[in-house]
Design a protein around this ligand. Structure first.
Ligand code: AMP
Ligand code: MG
Length: 325
């Protein structure tokens, strides 16, 4: 079976084509802005403009036509309303025109589900991106969120700090490079609040310290990463302990960070559990993860009428009954 998936919850428009076993195409385009802030209308315009060319590119890359597609999946939420509506409208139009079934996919769940294409069975997922930060795992028939950010996503926190340092967007890779030259740990507020996370305190304090001019930026970048990532690892470890699961996956754009990978590798090795990070193009926002999750849902008997395809800006991870696993 072949599924076509459209992702468009935020800056990235992605179109993926997959089977149960492999990715046939996974193309994307990301709207980048100087400041890196989120502009819902601009994202929507970006997606509307690029949908047709990206669809063409994906079909060419997969060497198929729309006739070969068995099910159409789209990112139903959570995300920016205007961007979500463009994607849902496109998915509906394709489904109607080509008489294909359609399914709406929860974006956060898709980030974790794609790891199952690689043989992962039932993981604890650490999903870290610009806007989202969540630790999630299946409990019974639902993905339960074991901890999540109470304010900003870890990626946004890093990007905002980078902007303050005047090193542009996206800040993640640049902060990572600077951090390698860090020599001294500077104390910053710890980000765990109960089971949840909060990155606004560490961001404010890092910026304040930077503005005093008394600290090396390399030390600040290093300390920022060490402090924020330790919190992510702690909440992940607690979810592993609580659920007794023996697999951890790291997904989302921030999964590119080698220091975060290393810290998780150490934690998982200590606990004797497996650790997996998908190839980067399947970690970042992408259409293949939507297609794959949509395909698993469809194969598991999930059916959507057109009325069910209304977008869900605040779509919660635990709202979805995972009937397909
Ligand atoms: P996403 O929101 O999933 O598209 O991912 C984008 C986010 O990932 C941005 O906030 C980037 O700064 C962040 N990011 C990308 N590469 C890295 C890296 N090497 N280290 C930390 N964050 C990164
Ligand atoms: Mg994402």
């Amino acid at each position: 079976m072949i599924a076509l998936g459209i992702e468009g919850t935020a800056h990235t428009l992605g179109i993926g084509i997959v089977t149960e076993k492999e990715v046939l195409a996974n193309v994307f385009h990301t709207l980048t802005t100087e400041k890196g802030g989120i502009h819902p209308k601009e994202a929507a315009e970006h997606h509307a403009r690029l949908l047709k060319p990206l669809l063409k590119k994906a079909l060419e890359e997969a060497r198929i036509t729309m006739e070969d597609v068995d099910v159409i999946a789209f990112s139903q939420g959570p995300g920016l309303g205007p961007a979500l509506r463009v994607v849902a409208t496109a998915a509906r139009a394709l489904a109607i025109r080509h008489r294909k079934p359609i399914v709406g996919v929860n974006h956060c769940i898709a980030h974790v589900e794609i790891t199952k294409m690689f043989g992962v069975k039932d993981p604890v997922g650490l999903y870290v991106s610009g806007g989202n930060t969540q630790v999630l795992a299946l409990e019974g028939k639902r993905y339960r969120v074991f901890g999540e950010t109470l304010d900003i996503g870890i990626g946004n926190a890093i990007d905002t700090f980078a902007r303050e340092l005047g090193i542009g967007f996206p800040g993640g890779p640049k902060i990572e490079k600077l951090a390698l030259k860090g020599e001294r740990y500077i104390e910053l507020p710890y980000a765990v609040k109960g089971m949840d996370l909060s990155f606004s305190g560490i961001l404010t304090e890092a910026v304040r310290k930077y503005r005093t001019g008394k600290y090396r930026v390399e030390d600040l970048a290093y300390s920022f990463q060490e402090t924020a990532f330790a919190a992510l690892v702690e909440v992940t470890e607690r979810a592993v302990a609580h659920t007794g699961k023996d697999e951890v996956v790291l997904v989302g754009g921030v999964a590119a960070n080698n220091r975060l990978r290393e810290m998780l590798r150490v934690m998982t090795e200590d606990r004797g559990v497996d650790f997996f990070v998908p190839p980067y193009d399947l970690c970042r926002d992408n259409g293949a993860m939507i297609a794959y999750t949509g395909l698993r849902m469809y194969l598991g008997g999930v059916r959507f009428s057109l009325n069910d395809t209304v977008v869900r800006q605040k779509f919660r991870t635990d709202e979805v009954e995972v009937a397909w696993s």
